[in-house]
Design a protein around this ligand. Structure first.
Ligand code: GYE
Length: 336
């Protein structure tokens, strides 16, 4: 009798131990959110960077900023093992549209595009949508309904314009007459940098002329030459929507016999290395940063989108403002 009781207790204990032993691993994940879904089938279906085929319809090679952006997109693809199909549209919307259509025909997983201008994208984005290929807007916005793109990764261009306006106010406390070199007409950065600047600019500052230099150094120089011919030394400052146009304008100002940065104060946007060098040389007063190194974040978003994960509709980049006083110190650390 005593012996059988002991046996019974032993059996019960052994059974309990076995139950705890087996139950524990299955019970724990049931309470953990991550493992709640039957891990195997769903996880295995998810793509990794190595499976990802991406089409990137780059808009051109118009500026130092763009060169850095292209390098970032290409390098990050290589580092992550993403298959990248890259095309350069030479600043022409029709070429970007052609590239997108060709990526659709090739059946890529996702398409990245910095729209050269904001309008005219609905048809081709709808074609991508119909083919089940998500569009990610990189760098520049497009004015299309939100269901035609997965997310937008890029800067707050209005804020950059506001920062530039504040910097101009500091440079011209007594006010003055300024000229403006606008970016590509109809592009998101040109439109927003134009309006943001006017939001913060002091009323004692007058914009006497404003023309497009298409974000290039050559055009920036050409338009600045025309401004100088027309207004001469009347111009107290220049606001350029990017550094390349400012660098072109600096040449024009020097050739005209005035001192850029002194006779004509200059505020521009991007913070590329060429701008740091110009600040070191005392020819540029301020550059507002616009970050082109979007490659890694782009592929992170691309993978999430392809795997059906939630992503925000806008992922803004973090940016700063730089001045001549520590430009020499910072220049060697700049990646673009
Ligand atoms: O500021 C300019 C480039 O879209 C933010 O395009 C970009 C702009 C950049 O050409 O240099």
């Amino acid at each position: 009798m005593k012996g059988s009781k002991v046996l019974l207790v032993v059996v019960i204990l052994a059974t309990l131990a076995a139950l705890v032993g087996c139950a524990a691993p299955t019970a724990a994940p049931a309470t953990s959110e991550e493992a709640a879904a039957p891990a195997a089938p769903a996880e295995q279906a998810k793509k990794t960077y190595k499976d990802l085929v991406v089409g990137y319809a780059q808009l051109g090679a118009e500026s130092e900023w763009r060169t850095a952006n292209t390098a970032s997109v290409q390098q990050a693809a290589e580092e992550l093992g993403v298959t990248l199909k890259f095309s350069d549209a030479q600043q022409k919307q029709e070429n970007q549209i052609k590239a997108i259509r060709s990526f659709i025909a090739q059946g890529v997983d996702v398409i990245g595009v910095p729209p050269v201008v904001t309008t005219g994208w609905e048809t081709v984005f709808q074609e991508a949508k119909d083919a089940g290929i998500p569009i990610i807007l990189v760098d520049r916005r497009a004015d299309v309904p939100e269901d035609l793109y997965a997310t937008y990764l890029g800067s707050d261009f209005v804020e950059e314009g506001r920062k530039a306006g504040n910097e101009m106010n500091k440079l011209l406390p007594e006010g003055g007459k300024i000229v403006e070199l606008v970016g590509t007409v109809g592009s998101a950065p040109a439109t927003d940098r134009f309006s943001g600047f006017r939001e913060t600019m002091n009323p004692n500052i007058e914009i006497i002329d404003s023309q497009s230099g298409d974000f290039t150094r050559a055009k920036g120089k050409e338009v600045m030459e025309a401004f100088l011919k027309k207004y001469g030394a009347e111009i107290t400052a220049l606001y350029a929507h990017n550094d390349d146009m400012a660098l072109g304008a600096i040449q024009a100002i020097e050739e005209f016999g005035l001192k850029p940065g002194t006779d004509i104060k200059i505020v521009s946007i991007d913070a590329v290395r060429g701008a740091f060098q110009a600040m070191v040389d005392g020819k540029l007063n301020v550059t507002v940063e616009c970050n082109p190194l979007l490659g890694p974040q782009f592929y992170d978003l691309a993978l999430k989108v392809v795997n059906g994960e939630e992503v925000p509709k806008w992922v803004p980049s973090e940016e700063s403002v730089y001045y001549p006083d520590n430009a020499a110190e910072i220049l060697p650390t700049r990646q673009y």
